[in-house]
Design a binder for this molecule. Sequence first.
Ligand code: GDP
Ligand code: GDP
Length: 454
Amino acid sequence: DQDRALLDAGEALPTGDADGENRPVVAVIGRPNVGKSTLVNRILGRREAVVEDVPGVTRDRVAYDVEWSGRDFTLVDTGGWEVDATGIHLRVAEQAEVAVSLADAVLFVVDATVGATDTDEAVVRLLRRSGKPVVLVANKVDDQRTEAEAAMLWSFGLGQPYPISALHGRGTGDALDAILDVLPEKSAVSAYRSGGPRRVALVGRPNVGKSSLLNKLAGEERVVVDDVAGTTRDPVDEYIELGGRTWRFVDTAGIRRRVHQTRGADFYASLRTQTAIEKAEVAVVLIDAEESIVEQDVRVIQQVVDAGRALVLAFNKWDLLDEERRYYLEREIERDLAQVAWAPRANISAQTGRHMDRLVPAIEVALDSWDQRVPTGRLNAFLGEIVAAHPHPVRGGKQPRILFATQASTRPPRFVVFASGFIEAGYRRFLERRLREAFGFEGTPIEVSVRVRE
Ligand code: GDP
Ligand code: GDP
């Protein structure tokens, strides 16, 4: 019949990778109060800026997907990070370092009404060393008069300063065009190079045992970096041999180096977590099993899912658990982690070494799912059955039909379903559930999007 013919037509669709996969990254950096957040909001087109006059406000999300002039990229906002007056210089530089290492290009924001400060100069040196393309914006140029101040910033040697007013939108389009000019098509930062060791991030809120786990895993098996073929030396990563292969643990310097507990440290930790997740292919989220699952645990997990990375949950400090705690932990997992019920779990103790051998198989399962591609024929055969048995409900006298589907990308698996009309979110979730039942996908987020064909 007609439906079947259309499902078969799905075979002919290209299964090339979606554009989003290697989305390049732009970081917005600069001193506090220069207007980074205002600029980010302007770029995101949010009239109601999140910018608060209350110091120390931290934001949950630091990375946003943006489209400008038909191009997609990720914008990393470092604006919500409040620093102390003392040590401001060092902290800004440190923050910038993380952001720059994560980025393919940098929007460096300077306050034109203040001019170049020592802190700005320190950031300039760091930017030069990084070799990353930089677009220098002179902010708070609200009118013609301030443009002369902006011109002073040629002295940085970073090329043309773009005078803008993030508040009023003046000149921001030109600055964005300039960023697009220097931004690579595909990210070199989060690019999934094949061949090299697979990249793992150990993340989780403070004190869950990340550095203990890293030490335990690295133990005697630390690999000398130069021995690993085809890798670029990155001092923040560590290569560890586990289960007969070499793994690249990313951003381990951030785990080993204790981050100072200053105001805004939460935001800083969150940025670091995001950096590690972006660089990794799979994230092991550590949870302190002895304590109740808290909002912050859930947030880190959500960061992994949002970034589209494979996910393993490691419940650490298992040596401290008694019968009663184990019971309550199960209830908490059911209640708070239901949305990632697909993630493999390992109940470990970084201290005693309990179940260390379960970690690698869990990571491998998650990565295999993350890489998995369902052939279009199989996908549509499966969809044909599902749709026949459970058609989309009739709405307003109409029944949207599922025409065919294709897996647009892997890492993570993304599916595009073509339909004859609007598909409700509930039905999309139903399809996602059935896809998981049919094809596994243990340990990976999957995405189902719908396109309407008239
Ligand atoms: P951040 O700390 O770098 O993220 O800076 P914010 O975006 O929070 O901005 C700091 C202050 O500068 C806020 O009061 C903003 O309203 C103000 N501001 C930001 N951009 C502009 C601008 O283009 N012109 C003027 N006059 N003020 C601005
Ligand atoms: P991080 O902040 O996530 O890197 O956490 P650490 O590795 O510094 O660990 C925080 C504290 O928890 C330290 O006192 C560790 O000794 C302790 N710890 C870590 N893992 C375990 C574990 O498996 N069992 C027990 N009992 N304590 C642990």
